[in-house]
Design a protein around this ligand. Sequence first.
Ligand code: AMP
Ligand code: ZN
Length: 321
Amino acid sequence: METTSHSHGVEMVQGRCRICGDSTEILRLTEFNLKLCRHCFARFFERRVRRAMEKHAMAGEGDRVALAVSGGKDSTALLFALKRLSLVMGFELLALHFHLNMGEYSDLNLDAVIKQAGLAGVPLEVVRIGDLGLRVQRVKGWNACAVCGAIKRSLLNREARRMGATVVATAHTLEDVLLFTFKNLLSRKYYVPRPVLPASDHLARKVKPLVYTPERLNLAYCRLRDVPVFEAKCPQWTPRGHSLKEVFEHMEEVMPSGKLQLLLSFMDAFPAPGDESEGARRPCARCGEPTAQELCALCQLSDWFASRPPLREERPHGLEP
Ligand code: AMP
Ligand code: ZN
């Protein structure tokens, strides 16, 4: 009978590693029909990331890669894996974190990322959105998550250029890309995000090295390498909207590796559009960033926030008015 143990949410069993043959605690990878020990799993994970990067020519010798790190399991796993890969693949690695101006949550998040970057030995740039007059809050027809996403997207381009990065990497996972594609399909938009967006005027190449990697493996990589992960839930987070992910998990139970196969099928079925950038661009009238409108998203948002006081802070639990 198998003995099961848990390394902070990652289930390990006693068994024999398929690669090195050691009898020890092993991780079962049903997606790949593999059982691997801690050491061989780390190598396996890094090789997968490397293969995706090489397949799509994401980065190589002489590149300066800026990785956007949130402190969560996905970008943390990618930070530590890319650090190792940077040494063998010959690119330079920098980390970039946005302090999202959400009080103590963002302060603790920043502390965690500083610690991770220190452990990984990767230089870290921090941008505080509060310094730019921005906050994560509902705006006009946009919910807070859409505002946050727009801020991060714009800042990523701007900061990458300031840092002299030739490549910008995010930790979007197999599930992220599937979910995005699936939502599009449900409104009859036939579009799959691509692993690489080529550089264009003013914008660095954008890459998603974890596009073929399920999230579960990212958590396992962090746990098995004893890397601390920032696990606090974002104060703006609501369970709604994430439930489509359960469809994929169910599919994966019925058909191991189903998520990956589905993504690969989508990619085959829907050819990449010629130009994925959002139409013609011109310099923002105020800051000069490329935009499709008169003012870029960041300038529009900071105008909006400047004209309105912050929403009242929520009262701490248990305090009645
Ligand atoms: P999300 O929009 O939260 O799904 O995040 C998408 C990607 O953006 C992540 O994989 C990270 O690479 C990056 N990211 C998320 N939050 C931050 C942050 N606070 N600072 C820097 N990068 C982030
Ligand atoms: Zn602007």
